[in-house]
Design a protein around this ligand. Structure first.
Ligand SMILES: *Cc1c(COP(=O)(O)O)cnc(C)c1O
Length: 414
């Protein structure tokens, strides 16, 4: 276990969280290397009996050292911007294992991805296909193409993170996709290789994924009949983690459930997990500034929605615990930050024994945590530490006050 308690103190691997807070300050993101690597390996092992590639979704956590760990394991990457592509390259990732998703790829992003030679463009519209063909032709390249289909299934997750319904902006309507494939095959500069879907995030059931896959396979069969055989199938990401009492399926259960459908299919299977790899591997550590008793009891901490947006953005619940067990009275606290927004809540009505100066840990903050941090209210973004056994590596320095105006210019004359 990467997270445990020793003598009442929370530890990450062999490092005490209070020591890390003293050394690196708060608010502080702390990740366990072992937790990240074992989550990736569990996914990889689940699909070991077939040709597959895990393309870790960089948007879940794009810190360079984390991408580097995954690149060393042989991971591929799913990117959604040119910036993420540069992060992958900077971390030593192999561009030949990169798939590029996203509805709004710019010409410059497409050019760069062609130049470094990515594995596939997950194309989300016919206009994008047209632009890709034109750019590739102009550069004298062939763009490897996967169409992202929108299978019109209800992922049964939070509406903000559901992406596979017809009403969503993502992908090409599966009913129209056959014709789009045919036209794609006729366009110059394109090499049609795959099919892709991603129906949503924090999925806790396999049925929507299996539905999406079987609808997609029917299309794959029709395409093969037309002389358009595909080389890979990309099943997206989205597997949930346990924040509270969810019971998300394991990668092994996912592999088993899809395995029956994929049996005897020659295609290589790609997948794009993000949250399931890093979500449970990170904590956000914060210090209590003030306790404010009253109609509701508030614990005002030094972390805020600017450091961890999920609770404010989608009312997400993440476990909060005191880092040290104490004799303080346990009360039901609303754990809030200092930002001037009522939405600046990290957790409501949490039973905690706290005193000012105490440390709290917000669990399962490895995915969609730091990446969504902002400087709103002129707050420098937090530091990030990667724990490896008894060692703690600072993988991102805390921003300094002068980082807040980097790139800004005062006017010259009065
Ligand atoms: C966000 C995203 C993912 C990763 O989703 P998780 O829920 O973090 O696994 C994968 N593919 C695409 C296209 C995405 O947009």
């Amino acid at each position: 276990m990467s997270f445990s308690r020793q003598h009442g103190t929370l530890t990450v691997e062999d490092c005490a969280v209070d020591d890390l807070a003293a050394r690196f300050g708060t608010p502080l993101y702390v990740y366990s290397r072992a937790a990240i690597e074992s989550a990736w390996r569990a996914y990889d092992a689940a699909f070991a009996d077939r040709d597959h590639l895990i393309c870790y979704a960089v948007k879940a956590n794009g810190s360079l050292a984390i991408l580097q760990l995954l690149a060393r394991l042989g991971s591929g990457f799913d990117i959604v911007s040119g910036g993420e592509l540069e992060r992958v390259l900077q971390a030593g990732g192999d561009p030949g294992r990169v798939v590029f998703s996203g509805v709004g790829k710019t010409t410059a992003e497409i050019e760069r991805a062609l130049e470094v030679g990515i594995l596939a463009f997950n194309v989300e519209s016919e206009s994008e296909l047209e632009r890709l063909s034109e750019v590739a032709t102009r550069l004298g390249r062939e763009a490897p193409v996967s169409l992202r289909v929108n299978p019109d299934v209800d992922a049964r997750t939070h509406p903000y993170i559901s992406t596979g319904l017809r009403d969503n902006k993502f992908g090409i309507d599966i009913h129209a996709a056959e014709a789009v494939y045919t036209r794609a095959a006729e366009r110059p500069g394109l090499r049609v290789e795959g099919l892709d879907f991603h129906i949503g995030s924090q999925l806790t059931e396999l049925e929507p994924l299996a539905d999406a896959l079987s609808r997609s396979l029917a299309l794959v069969d029709r395409l093969a009949e037309q002389g358009l055989p595909l080389k890979h199938l990309d099943i997206g990401g989205g597997l949930g983690i346990r924040y509270e009492n969810e019971t998300p399926p394991s990668p092994a259960a996912l592999a088993e459930s899809l395995g029956a459908l994929l049996k005897d299919r020659p295609q290589r299977v790609l997948m794009e997990p993000g949250r399931a790899i890093v979500g449970a591997a990170g904590l956000l550590v914060s210090r209590v500034e003030y306790l404010k008793p009253g109609h509701r009891d508030f614990a005002i901490v030094d972390a805020a929605m600017t450091d961890l947006l999920r609770p404010a953005l989608y009312d997400a619940w993440q476990r909060i615990e005191a880092v040290n067990t104490t004799a303080d009275e346990t009360r039901l606290y609303d754990v809030v930050g200092p930002v001037c927004e009522t939405a600046d809540v990290l957790g409501r009505e949490r039973a905690l024994a706290l005193s000012p100066g105490a440390l709290v840990a917000i669990f399962d903050a490895g995915a969609y945590g730091f990446v969504m941090a902002s400087q709103y209210n002129a707050r420098p973004r937090p530091a990030e530490v990667l724990v490896d056994g008894a060692e703690a590596h600072l993988i991102r320095a805390r921003e300094r006050v002068d980082d807040l105006w980097r790139g800004e210019h005062l006017l010259e004359a009065p």
